[in-house]
Design a protein around this ligand. Sequence first.
Ligand SMILES: [Zn+2]
Length: 158
Amino acid sequence: MRVHGVERGVSRAGRPTSLFHIEMSQRYRHTAGFADPFYRGIDQGVLRATRCDGCGAAWFPPRPFCPVDLAETAWYDLPGTGTVTAATRVHIPPPFGGVEAPYLLASIRLDGVEGGITHRVLGDRIPEKGTVVAVKFMEGVPAHPLLRAAFEIEGRAA
Ligand SMILES: [Zn+2]
């Protein structure tokens, strides 16, 4: 932590005030644990989900165990396409940074799985419900591993 300065002032009630300018930075080592194949998939340019070999149920976000069979699930690759169910324009950056506001955020039902993701959509136009999108993977080291992925608008659902 570092204090860069102090603003001295007076409140509306006439009391003296002090506003400290503080910079804080922290580093963490955080294991991906069970989700390691998911994050390796992001680096390899693929979204991964899990499936129960017993009943065939599949999940995204991935789950380690089937809640019905209590069996360990298996990883598989998704096609990376999906359909927008809702979208909005966000006017504040995410808490981990790395995205300029405003940006587009959409809830996306992913193809190949029961489930989806609420994630960033590239472009300036808010996609309508039913818009088909496809994941795109960025180069470089983003502020958060999930920012390697964003969705591009492909068109309207048939
Ligand atoms: Zn199952």
